[in-house]
Every structure is written in structure tokens, then in C-alpha cells.
Ligand binder design. Structure first.
Ligand code: XMP
Length: 183
């Protein structure tokens, strides 16, 4: 059996707040002032990030929000491979789509999301991730907007979880994983 405990703080709440404001300002600057912007948050991990990010966007932008559900982690910190993604993709048609995820890791989730969004003939598709673990990439994909590059460590907090725990933390912290010795 695995046991998990909280490790050190990697990103303090104050740095996250500052960076989210910067990302919001950059995205707002880059987005066209007319047309609808469809923000697609990837559940569950990006819920906290996307909630903060869209509130950086000014009232004159026509921002819509929807969620996609993606699941690839079978348990704890081990990925199962290709993610299953469910969303109302038809909503992307004729809109400027911004896919928002918590973390870009192997890249399988983001590349699948991009492919599904592009099939719907949107006006444009961009992506924004809070965290980027570049060294773990299995597929060639980069996000247009990245909050922080982080080392290859499993992290929790600010929406990210480990077996459902620690999404509510304000800081982002690493996780210590230990295998319990059996009897
Ligand atoms: P891929 O590998 O598809 O991964 O780029 C994206 C999804 O994997 C999850 N993920 C993590 N979740 N701490 C987490 O809580 C991590 O360190 C981590 N690394 C990857 C996450 O759900 C993300 O959307």
C-alpha cells in the first residue's frame, strides 16, 4: 500500500495570485475584442485556477465558461495513459476557445483536448496551463500561456489532488510517496 504525505511548499499562494493576474492580463491583451471567448476548464484539477483566471478578464469581453472532464490517473500519482475526455465540444464552433488546465505533464490531455476542439471549426484555439513539467512530455505539445515551469515532482494544492486530497490548499506543495511495508 502507498502512503502519501505533504512535502515542502513549491509555490506560495501569493506568487500564484500574482502570476494568475499576469496571465489574465496577457490573455486579455491577446484576445480579440469582438466574438465570443469559450473558456474550457479541465475538471477537476483546473477548477480553482480557471475560477481565478476568468475573474481577471474585463466585463467588456464576452467570456463563456464550460468544463470538460478528463480522467487519466487511476490512483495516486501513476498515470493510466490516454485520458478519457467528455465535453460539449459543439460549443466550440465559431468561438475563440481557451483550454485551461492545471498542469501540462505528458501532454496527452492537452493534445487530445486541442484535437477535439479544432474539429469543431472554432475561430481560434489557445491553451493555458498553470504548471508545466516539461521533462515528462510524451507528445509534442506546448501551451500558449504557462504559469510556472516545475520540476518532475508530484504536486498538490490550488485544485490539484492526490487520491482526492489537498485540492483546497492555497499553496502548491510536493507530495511524499512511500510504500508501506507489508506484514
Ligand atoms: P498529462 O500527462 O495528460 O497530464 O499532460 C495532465 C493531467 O495529469 C494530472 N497531473 C497531476 N495532478 N499533481 C496532480 O495533482 C501532479 O503533479 C500532476 N501531474 C499530472 C492533472 O490532472 C493534469 O490535468
Amino acid at each position: 500500500m502507498m502512503s502519501y504525505s505533504l512535502g515542502p511548499v513549491l509555490l506560495k499562494a501569493s506568487s500564484i495570485t500574482r502570476r494568475v493576474a499576469e496571465l489574465g492580463a496577457r490573455i486579455t491583451r491577446d484576445m480579440p475584442k469582438c466574438g465570443q471567448i469559450l473558456v474550457v476548464g479541465v475538471l477537476n484539477g483546473a477548477a480553482v485556477f480557471v475560477a481565478d483566471l476568468i475573474r481577471q478578464m474585463p466585463p467588456d469581453l464576452d467570456v463563456r465558461l464550460m468544463f470538460a472532464s478528463a480522467s487519466s490517473y487511476k490512483d495516486g500519482t501513476e498515470s493510466e495513459g490516454a485520458p478519457k475526455i467528455q465535453a460539449d465540444w459543439k460549443a466550440a464552433r465559431g468561438r475563440h476557445v481557451l483550454i485551461v488546465d492545471d498542469i501540462l505533464d505528458t501532454g496527452l490531455t492537452l493534445s487530445t483536448m486541442l484535437r477535439k476542439a479544432r474539429r469543431q471549426l472554432p475561430v481560434s484555439v489557445r491553451s493555458c496551463v498553470l504548471l508545466d513539467k516539461k521533462e515528462r512530455r510524451k507528445t509534442k505539445v506546448e501551451a500558449d500561456y504557462v504559469g510556472f515551469e516545475i520540476p518532475d515532482e508530484f504536486v498538490v494544492g490550488y485544485g490539484l489532488d492526490c487520491v482526492g486530497m489537498w485540492r483546497h490548499l492555497r499553496d502548491i506543495r510536493s507530495v511524499k510517496v512511500e510504500e508501506d511495508e507489508g506484514w
